[in-house]
Design a binder for this molecule. Structure first.
Ligand code: ATP
Ligand SMILES: CCCCCCCCCCCCC/C=C/[C@@H](O)[C@H](CO)NC(C)=O
Ligand code: CA
Length: 555
């Protein structure tokens, strides 16, 4: 506590008991003077233990002078302020973040009663001055609500849980309730006056987030004259941060960046102005951009689950479970060629068990490397010379996870060690195997066992990859193999083509599931663009260890 100069120190009352209250530029702390130095309890941020409390200033949401008959709880209920002398009539309330279970945050508050009005005003003014110094906090937001996502509760969630928090934090909002699919994307791309805002918020699921992300990324490229269709282009990062208020079916982007899919937690991450950079994959077919992806690009199993589930949208989130079982039972496999450029440097591996958590060292290292080499994001000559690895086979699933893809269905995700902002994606190849083996693999997504520890599963950390389904190999793969494998490759391909003519059948095809949207092409080329967008999030927090502000001991 003494490490920072005190701004204020007073004896104030909390619930009729005297407290020593201290403010410095980092924390607000209050200690029950009657309990004194005896407190020994363990505590987490903002919680009440042995009469000693501490809240970082950056986690104060607002401070408000307390007036008679004012709303004093976040429940929005109005209550009469008692008029006894101990309540002192002059009081102020500090609203702050409290951590609860499973990475969830809540808005808590404490009311301090003062002996005179000038002291009360001094405290309010000084705390407000400190909050005013936190320049990363948004003041004006553009909010899009999908009223039909998930269980169709987006509007209700925003009105009841989020709007009161934004208004408490004096954030002003322009709210648009979408009237059709792609309404938000098109509005952002062409109409929205982005200069007016400090961020864009979507209320919905992964599909709604994808709309916002597409709108913003495309707008940035158009304004900068960058051709999104070209895979070689270096894309321009988005200046505006994106917030997600989860109310969808999977909410995996929110889950992997905040550790929960709780709307209040997400609203509070927006209020404190958190920043989490994130990679984006551009997905191309020949010379055209198909879509961007941030979470899962899945062919085979996840493509089929999505295709089937789209016909069952009316079921809400349960559609994924029904379609999951149906697709599992159908046990289809797909043939094709996967080629990829492996990631190099100190980016870890998909099996190193280094989970991407708040302040992740690998993502931070990537950020500083990017600052050093400005050209990092362009497809360099060196990269063009890099050797592509080519794998041909029969696959039950081909998945590219650019983040863990953790979600309530799979708490550690499809690739538990994938990173949010390292410029790579984890390419998971599940080769044809028995139903029982595939079931074992799938079930490992839901427990602690390693889902990559199977002979039929391979996983690679890559910067770029492409896929060609077998029936198209005759055209495009000829070029590819000619370039990469020389004459031997050519011979191999002509063999496939001959096989094809002989049987006369078209091998079956799946669809690509691109963050929950079906792609209209099966042959795709993918490139990861490092840290192209920033979210109002901080990654998943580890259990915090804090210092007691009075004793300087860990609590
Ligand atoms: N007003 C609207 N009417 C119909 N569809 C909409 C509307 N607004 C947005 N959409 C579309 O609804 C789709 C699904 O929305 P959303 O992602 O919010 O929920 P979800 O699919 O249930 O959740 P998840 O994507 O997490 O599985 C999105 O692709 C979005 O484009
Ligand atoms: C027969 C038993 C099946 C158990 C399977 C459990 C595995 C669940 C893994 C879920 C991963 C979801 C990855 C997220 C993808 C999102 O991009 C997308 C859009 O919301 N969601 C889906 C379901 O495609
Ligand atoms: Ca990544």
């Amino acid at each position: 506590m003494e490490k920072q100069p005190r701004l204020l120190c007073s004896e104030l009352c909390v619930q009729r008991r005297p407290y020593e209250v201290i403010l410095n530029c980092a924390i607000l702390a209050w200690k029950d003077v009657q309990i004194g130095q005896k407190h020994t309890g363990r505590s987490i941020y903002g919680s009440v233990k042995a009469g000693s409390h501490c809240v970082p200033v950056c986690e104060i949401i607002a401070v408000q002078e307390k007036e008679d008959d004012s709303p004093c709880k976040d429940t929005g209920k109005w209550q009469k302020v008692p008029q006894s002398p101990v309540d002192c009539q002059h009081a102020f309330t500090v609203f702050y973040i409290e951590r609860t279970r499973q990475h969830c945050w809540r808005c808590s508050n404490v009311t301090f009663h003062c002996s005179d009005q000038s002291l009360c005003l001094l405290w309010v003014q000084t705390i407000r001055e400190q909050l005013g110094l936190l320049t990363n906090r948004p003041k004006r937001l553009l909010v899009y609500i999908n009223p039909y996502g998930g269980k169709q509760r987006g509007k209700q969630i925003y009105d009841h849980k989020v709007a009161p928090i934004f208004s408490r934090a004096t954030i002003s909002t322009d709210v648009i309730v979408t009237e059709r699919a792609n309404h938000a994307r098109d509005h952002l791309k062409t109409e929205a006056d982005l200069k007016k805002y400090d961020g864009v918020v979507c209320v919905g699921g992964d599909g709604m987030f994808s709309e916002i992300m597409h709108g913003l990324v495309s707008r940035m490229q158009r304004d900068a004259g960058v051709d999104e269709n070209s895979m070689e282009e270096t894309l321009v990062p988005c200046g505006l941060r994106i917030g997600i208020i989860p109310s969808g079916s999977t909410d995996c982007v929110c889950y992997a960046t905040a550790g929960s899919n709780d709307p209040v937690t997400s609203a509070l991450h927006i209020v404190v102005g958190d920043s989490q950079p994130m990679d984006i994959c551009s997905v191309h077919n020949e010379d055209s951009l198909l879509r961007y992806s941030v979470s899962l690009l899945g062919y085979g199993f996840y493509g089929d689950v999505l295709t089937d589930s789209e016909r069952k949208r009316w079921m809400g989130p349960a559609r994924y479970d029904i379609s999951g079982v149906k697709t599992f039972l159908s046990h289809r496999y797909y043939e094709g060629t996967v080629s990829f450029l492996p990631a190099e440097g100190n980016l870890g591996t998909p099996r190193d068990k280094m989970q991407c958590l708040s302040g992740c060292a690998i993502c931070r290292q990537t950020s500083s490397d990017r600052l050093v080499s400005k050209d990092e994001d362009s497809v360099s000559d060196a990269e063009c010379r890099d050797t592509w690895t080519v794998i041909r086979g029969k696959f039950l699933a081909i998945n590219a996870a650019s983040m863990s893809c953790a979600c309530p269905r799979s708490p550690k995700g499809l690739s538990p060690s994938a990173h949010l902002a390292d410029g790579t994606t984890d390419l998971i190849l599940v080769r044809k195997c028995s139903r029982i083996d595939f079931l074992r693999h799938l079930l490992r997504h839901t427990n602690k066992d390693d889902q990559f520890d199977h002979s039929f599963v391979e996983v690679y950390r890559v910067k770029q990859f492409r896929f060609t389904p077998r029936h198209q190999e005759c055209d495009s793969e000829v070029d590819l193999r000619e370039r990469e494998s020389g004459a031997g490759g050519k011979r191999f391909l002509s063999q496939i083509c001959r096989e094809h003519r002989a049987c006369g059948c078209m091998p079956s095809q799946s669809n690509w599931n691109c963050d929950g949207e079906i792609l209209p092409y099966t042959a795709i080329q993918v490139r990861v663009h490092c840290q192209l967008i920033t979210l109002f999030a901080r990654g998943i927090e580890e259990q915090p260890v804090f210092e007691d502000p009075y004793t300087h001991c860990a609590i």
